[in-house]
Design a protein around this ligand. Structure first.
Ligand code: FAD
Length: 449
């Protein structure tokens, strides 16, 4: 029972059943093909299209035109859900036919949790709609709020912020969907230390559960589901609770944010000499010890440490965007002065320090959906999260210990010889009855719902 049927199984729905399912859905069932199919021998081979893919898709060169193009980790069918009823029908069809079901929204999940081989996908990105409430009543809140349909993006939320003159906790990525993986994974923003995480300000959720039932949950009704959805993580824990179709979130008065941008690099740029390796890492240590006062001042830092190459030279670059909500640029400048002085003490001349004050931070400039967001997943990257405790920042040595490369310890553990009784038990373990293929880029072994 734990195995889902795949197209290889006799029990997989017939073409006629899929056609009937599409008819009952009103024609929103899609049958996606791999993007690269035009480069593979078969009916879809297309020289011109393939040449264009090869020009525009950097990693295309590694595909072998003589091999077989398969669906890989992508779903076999997709319900392009535009109504709650479409979601219910997808969930019911998958359950009744014992199919693996995956949920996709904008497709921004870094690890490809929104896809799944041999699956039926319910794509909720086109569940659109935004309703403004002047005086929303919840058990512990009365005031301004907005209801966001399941596929509402950061761009759409920002447009509403402007229309109704309010601040909504929102993602920096323009196409990230706010009721999708963003709030379900807690949802950070420039206001995270000022107002809290996005999941803290959700007042109500609506979802279709695995039995196909549409439920509304808040602090009073279905409160366990309400609790589970807020921070469980889209497609991991939360995906097992249901398909979210809308949320109601509280809003805040327009809250300006003062932001600065600082960077230093071991690579020289025109007019800016690179810093030494010693200075580079001394600067990182200065930043880490400064970051507690950033938190104490309810600020936020977005930082990137990247490998950089320029004119044949390789090096490292650190960029940091420091923000303080509800402060002026002058106040921010005064706040970071001591940090800049400490950087100069370790021989880091600041190349750019731009001060801005924005009424609507995180404002995505482009309303376009990136091509990657629609069908692709972020390649060559696996992202992990770490939460650090305040005590990790108590001293220079605790900062060093907290940020030490975790793989050092793991490698040591891997080298430890296995006790003989343990390897004996492993050899004689009963084989798994259900041998599901695990696809790269997909963490789902079975249906998400
Ligand atoms: C460019 C970029 C910028 C980002 N900026 C921020 C940021 O500022 N703050 C922040 O906190 N995060 C940010 N993120 C991370 C982002 O919030 C996560 O990647 C999130 O998982 C994306 O959710 P999604 O619904 O848009 O994408 P998807 O990949 O479609 O979905 C993510 C996961 O949630 C599940 N899911 C989606 N919709 C539903 C639903 N309706 N019901 C049940 N499960 C669902 C999917 O199955 C999948 O596992 C950013 C990511 C990118 C790529």
């Amino acid at each position: 029972e734990e195995c889902r049927y795949t197209p290889e199984d006799d029990e997989w729905p017939s073409d006629a059943e899929w056609a009937f399912f599409n008819e009952t859905l009103g024609g929103v069932l899609l049958k996606p093909q791999p993007l690269a199919i035009s480069c593979y021998a078969g009916p879809s081979y297309d020289t011109a299209r393939c040449a264009s893919l090869q020009t525009n898709w950097r990693s295309m060169a590694q595909h072998n035109p003589n091999s077989v193009c398969t669906q890989g980790g992508f779903p076999v069918y997709v319900v392009n859900a535009m109504t709650v009823r479409h979601v219910q029908m997808a969930v019911n069809f998958a359950r009744n036919k014992n199919l693996r079901l995956v949920i996709k929204n904008s497709g921004h999940n870094y690890n490809g949790n929104n896809i799944g081989g041999n699956a039926l996908s319910v794509w909720v990105y086109n569940l659109k709609g935004l309703t403004y409430y002047d005086n929303y009543q919840a058990s512990d809140y009365t005031g301004r709020a907005v209801a966001l349909a399941g596929g509402t993006t950061a761009t759409e939320v920002n447009a509403a912020s402007r229309t109704y003159s309010m601040t909504i906790l929102n993602a920096g990525g323009p196409d990230v969907t706010i009721p999708g993986g963003y709030f379900q994974g807690a949802g950070h923003s420039t206001y995270a230390n000022f107002y809290g995480l996005a999941a803290d300000h959700v007042l109500q959720i609506s979802a279709v559960t695995a039995d196909g039932i549409f439920v509304v949950a808040d602090a009073r009704a279905n409160s366990d589901l309400f609790w589970a959805f807020r921070g469980g993580g889209g497609g991991t824990l939360t995906g097992n609770f249901g398909v979210l179709t809308s949320i109601v979130v509280r809003t805040f008065p327009v809250t300006p944010v003062a932001s600065s941008s600082i960077s230093w690099s071991t690579i020289s740029q025109p007019g800016t000499p690179g810093v030494s390796n010693e200075s580079f890492w001394a600067g990182i240590r200065e930043y880490l010890s400064f970051s507690t006062s950033l938190c104490d001042n309810k600020g936020f830092g977005y930082n990137f440490l990247r490998h950089t190459s320029s004119s044949g030279a390789n090096g490292l670059t650190f960029t940091s965007s420091l923000s303080l909500p509800n402060r002026t640029a002058a106040e921010l400048r005064a706040f970071i002065r001591s940090f800049l002085e400490r950087l100069n003490d370790v021989r880091i001349p600041i190349s750019t320090t731009a001060m801005l004050t924005l009424d609507f931070p995180n404002m995505p400039s482009s309303p376009q959906i990136s091509r990657r967001a629609l069908g692709d997943t972020v390649g060559n990257t696996l992202i992990a999260s770490r939460l650090f405790q305040r005590s990790n920042y108590a001293s220079a040595s605790s900062i060093r210990a907290a940020h030490r490369n975790p793989f050092h310890r793991q490698r040591r553990r891997l080298r430890r010889p296995r006790p003989s009784h343990e390897s004996h038990a492993r050899q004689h373990r009963k084989p798994r009855q259900c041998n599901h293929t695990r696809f790269p880029n997909s963490n789902h072994a079975y249906a998400s719902v």
